[in-house]
Design a protein. Sequence first.
Length: 166
Amino acid sequence: MSKDKHIVETLVVGGKATPGPPLGPALGPTGVNLGQVIQKINELTKQFEGLKVPVKVIVDKKTREFEIEVGTPPTPALILVELKKEKGSGNPKSETIGNISMEAVIRIAKAKLKDMNTIDLKSAVKTVIGTALSMGVTIENKSPKEIQKEIDDGVWDSVIKKYESE
């Protein structure tokens, strides 16, 4: 990155960024309009209300113009939002905390796709299913391992393809 740019990377609670730490002290010396930055971050992260969201603020030191890049919350947090739960199972092999639909899994995978090391939605779906397994979450009232096998066997191909085109 150019020495003409100042970059601040942090986690903010969706829709609730404030001029206090960590943003205020990090951006204050850049001379950027902090109120505008906070307002833009809150606008861009409001859909993730209550979740910690990775945010990158890039300030041009000369013009004091800024751009904001918003990541997506971690996969486990998105699964917990679907379930309306606070945390995953302490013993996922024997204790389940809830069930989510395959459509929810695909939505989460689609949201996380740009952050994953895959360009393929089917692979991203399998990654989300792996996370569900480690959290004690069933999918379509089945074990995540069973759903993984169904994906490998092509059972969910038409559903995944439908979401790819959206």
